[in-house]
Design a binder for this molecule. Structure first.
Ligand SMILES: Nc1ncnc2c1ncn2[C@@H]1O[C@H](COP(=O)(O)OP(=O)(O)OP(=O)(O)O)[C@@H](O)[C@H]1O
Length: 260
């Protein structure tokens, strides 16, 4: 799964720190061949700006997860380019991609993916331990305060509610100070109250920690926490909305689904 601390893989770092936190250029992903060929992404170009919260929406099968996985270095594109924190992912070897994900990216998945034998605190600091890094005390304190679990840090995941577990996963994603946090349906397994807490936490990660969040969601109310919503249909970027409200997102989704 993860690499042990002390491994020597070094991710190439460019000297440029301006520009988007991540970007895709003419990104194409094709699965299968012949009769089972599926074009999941069809020449998608998009920038994910630093310090912004972007939601990705679209009908089922439109390519949302594929886009996120390719930009996060979890999946390899068929064509086009991905840049993440100034690094061109094209042609990186597997161990370089692993190191890049470990050092520069945070993930929050629908299934919380916490290690059951570790406490909340040990789960939160696991990526740092694996990278042989110590938590930045100020960042750790801010994250723990934001997560609101100061009195639960020594509990194991089974002793926490689903909402609390997801907030631990979110803290784990934020505590490394990553270039981008990628969240794939992070509220999919939560009730509305726990969803609101989690989304507020991601929002604070952007507003107070200067993070960059990219989130795939089906829920207009969740997308309304973002600064910008991208809409995919049939593997193409077909629309976007700045300063979204749940109503406006729902309207766009209805017109998209009506057009299919
Ligand atoms: N590993 C795979 N092998 C073959 N086809 C795949 C694979 N992964 C995804 N696809 C196909 O690629 C297309 C896009 O899938 P993707 O999961 O990115 O869509 P999505 O918008 O995230 O869907 P959902 O909202 O249902 O999760 C779909 O037609 C899907 O069936």
């Amino acid at each position: 799964m993860c690499r042990a601390a002390g491994t020597t893989t070094v991710v190439p770092v460019t000297t440029t720190t301006t520009g988007p936190a991540a970007s895709a250029e003419e990104l194409t992903k094709v699965y299968g061949s012949g009769d089972s060929r599926v074009v999941a992404l069809d020449a998608v170009s998009v920038d994910f700006h630093s310090g912004r919260f972007t939601a990705i929406m679209g009908p089922s099968g439109s390519g949302k997860s594929t886009l996120m996985h390719c930009v996060a270095g979890l999946d390899t594109p068929t064509g086009g380019r991905v840049r993440l924190g100034g690094v061109d992912l094209t042609g990186l070897a597997d161990d370089e991609l692993t190191a890049l994900r470990r050092d520069r990216v945070g993930f929050v998945f629908q299934a919380f993916n916490l290690l059951p034998t570790l406490t909340a605190w040990e789960n939160i600091t696991l990526p740092l331990d694996l990278a042989g890094r110590r938590p930045d005390p100020r960042l750790a304190e801010t994250v723990i305060e934001a997560v609101g679990l100061a009195d639960r840090l020594h509990h194991r995941p089974a002793q926490l509610s689903g909402g609390q577990q997801q907030r631990v996963a979110c803290a784990r994603a934020l505590v490394t100070g990553p270039e981008v946090v990628f969240a794939d349906e992070p509220t999919g397994a939560l009730d509305s109250r726990a969803s609101a807490d989690l989304l507020a936490l991601l929002r604070r990660g952007v507003d107070e920690l200067g993070g960059t969040v990219v989130m795939v969601t089906h829920e207009p109310a969740a997308a309304a926490y973002a600064d910008r919503v991208l809409f995919l249909a049939d593997g193409r970027l077909v629309d976007e909305l700045d300063g979204p409200t749940a109503e406006r997102v729902l309207d766009r989704m209805k017109s998209l689904e009506g057009a299919l």
